[in-house]
Ligand binder design. Structure first.
Ligand code: PLP
Length: 434
């Protein structure tokens, strides 16, 4: 198909809710390591990784070699048969989850399914139904997951989930109370208790949150936030669910999981995206007593399939062998410094935030009023496309640039990326000046 035919078929035969970045959709035809090529043969440096998913580079040689061998050996039998790839991955999970306390896994196909499973497990275990989530969260696209999510643009149709309540998030740049950290005393954390006491029966099934909010714009809480919230959740009988769909697998640098950055022991972890470098997978891993409370039989036809679980195990082994937790911390710190340099130069950049290789810049029209610069963000995205770099857009106001390159990028990649990002800012500033 030609590029035009692909774009036309997308427009005519996909649900219109399948949206694309850029004025004209970018048709990607192939990829290798940190680069992708469009249908016209142009090369781009990919610092978004298919929405925080390409952990170890596109078509990674090591992962693909394992995948090719597995495709020729065994592709599918379903969970009613036992296979080595699923068993090996589950065993690995038990070894690397925080405190080695989450030892039982259930595999599905997406982050949405992983969260559905976690909420059901929390409800089975506690016998309670009520769940506390956070504003600005994103947890997926099923009815329940949209009910957990708290951004109007991701809650399609009438969202009628009973038993889900939302506390304010720790969004220091736009503090819900208009306070400043640290003199605020992390007041936002206390809202979790306030919400439980005023909008639930007082006996909750659990609390779910992203250690750094992904679609919310890599909103990063102060270090005290999650420890305070964890204690509140325990006080009211709930389990603590860490949604690591974006923050897992070394993304935040130095640790396997984002929640470990905050020193909190979760009861369940959910993940997807970067775990298998692009092969569809969902993971719910739990303390054994929580998994055991999930009584009766359940099935996921493709869950734990040999292809995705082989990819995931290869990704984890590659991360370990190549010491990518360290690379993410070191190259991430280098990249963050470069983003601060850009902030000093370009007035549009209101805040630089994030950890490891999960970094964001929030763009504002005015640093005093913090008016979201949504139109400028859209223009900047077009300029970055012209300068052949890929990055993501997000945030509640559509004014956050999201940066999440593969964990094995180098400082030279960062130099090239930030050079092109600088040029992109300069271009839209020059346009605004005329
Ligand atoms: C934090 C988080 N949770 C859950 C999901 C849903 O994952 P999926 O799109 O694989 O269903 C996403 C997807 O972006 C996410 O970012």
């Amino acid at each position: 198909m030609t590029k035009e035919e692909i774009i036309l078929a997308n427009r005519e035969h996909l649900f219109p809710s399948v949206f694309h970045y850029y004025r004209e959709p970018l048709v990607i035809s192939r990829a290798k390591d940190q680069h992708v090529w469009d249908a016209d043969g142009n090369q781009y440096l990919d610092f978004f990784g298919g929405i925080v998913t390409v952990s170890v580079g596109h078509c990674n040689d090591y992962v693909n070699q394992k995948l090719h061998a597995q495709i020729d050996r065994l592709q599918h039998v379903s969970t009613v048969f036992a296979t080595e790839p699923q068993a090996a991955l589950a065993k690995k999970m038990a070894e690397i989850t925080p405190g080695r306390k989450l030892t039982k896994s259930f595999f599905t196909n997406s982050g949405t399914e992983a969260n559905e499973t976690a909420i059901l497990a929390a409800r089975c275990y506690t016998g309670s139904t009520e769940i506390v989530a956070l504003r600005y969260a994103y947890h997926g696209r099923s009815s329940l997951a949209m009910g957990l999510s708290a951004q109007s643009s991701w809650r399609l149709g009438p969202v009628t989930q009973a038993g889900v309540v939302h506390a304010v998030n720790a969004y220091c740049y736009r503090c819900p109370y208009g306070l400043s950290y640290p003199s605020c005393g992390v007041k936002c954390a206390q809202d979790v208790e306030e919400v439980i006491r005023t909008t639930t029966s007082g006996r909750i099934a659990g609390f779910i949150a992203e250690p750094i909010q992904g679609l919310g714009g890599f909103v990063t809480p102060p270090k005290e936030y999650f420890p305070i919230v964890h204690d509140i959740v325990k006080k009211y009988g709930g389990v603590f669910i860490s949604d690591e769909v974006q923050t897992g697998w070394g993304r935040t640098g130095g640790k396997w999981f984002g929640i470990e950055q905050w020193g909190v022991q979760p009861d369940l972890i959910t993940s997807a995206k970067g775990l298998a470098n692009g092969a569809p997978i969902g993971l719910t891993v739990a303390r054994p007593e929580i998994a055991d409370a999930f009584k009766g039989s359940t099935i996921s036809t493709f869950g734990g399939n040999p292809i995705s679980t082989t990819a995931a195990k290869a990704v984890l082994d590659f991360i370990e062998d190549q010491k990518l937790l360290i690379n993410a911390a070191e190259v991430g710190a280098y990249l963050k410094d470069k983003l601060y340099e850009l902030q000093a130069k370009h007035q549009l950049i209101g805040e630089v935030r994030g950890m490891g290789l999960l970094l964001a810049m929030e763009l504002v029209e005015d640093r005093e009023t913090k008016k979201p610069a949504a139109a400028q963000t859209a223009a900047l995205m077009e300029a970055t496309r012209e300068n052949r770099i890929l990055l993501g857009k997000g945030g509640f106001y559509g004014n956050v640039l999201r940066i999440s390159p593969p964990l094995n990028i180098s400082k030279a990649d960062v130099d090239e990326f930030t050079r092109q990002l600088d040029r992109s800012f300069a271009k839209i500033e020059a346009f605004a000046a005329v």
